[in-house]
Design a protein around this ligand. Sequence first.
Ligand code: 6GU
Length: 223
Amino acid sequence: MRIDIITVLPELLESPFEASILKRAIQKGLVEVHLHNLREYGMGNYKQVDDYQFGGGAGMVLMIEPIDKCISSLKTERKYDEVIYLTPDGETLNQAITNELSLKGNLILLCGHYKGVDQRVRESLVTREISIGDYVLSGGELAAAVLSDAIIRLLPGVLNDETSALTDTFQDNLLAPPVYTRPSNYKGMEVPKILTSGNTPKIEQWREEEALKRTQSRRPDLL
Ligand code: 6GU
């Protein structure tokens, strides 16, 4: 997979890909992530990327031309499965969407800023619009990092047994059960006896029950 991220703030997106699981996925060659500074496609001597909105009103709007130039230049190199615009008025991200996107080949992620992008970008260049939840961020960058992380960890070979995605919360529409590690007694707080019993089928059964209980009490909407 290859992810190309278009942004006016590439520095905000560097560190998420330079640590831990995402870094290792890139090093292993399982995914390529490329950051593109929209300003390099900006207009005129000042490399302008945004302008006042027609009709008046506060807030700048990202112009279509730099975005079109950047996307067109990427598209001359390879085909893309989706051009995703990160925006709070997009479709709300969930595990089903993440699973679906993890099966794609090449993705462009376009980060919005200020009042967003010219509507014509959304109508002519973007194939999908995604939000990461009902709250507003300063820009699409952190949302692009969240989306990339959620996708990349699902790619074959990225996770090992210990970090397996199969037991994730949401992967079966249930929250994950409680987990414990040593010591088995900490200041009188005991680990459930079943977990130290060595009885694997019983442990599995307990985990399923706990997952169900936790989902019922915290997220009944998932059931
Ligand atoms: Cl994708 N962008 C911004 N700016 N805010 C958000 C968001 C995206 N998703 C939730 N809030």
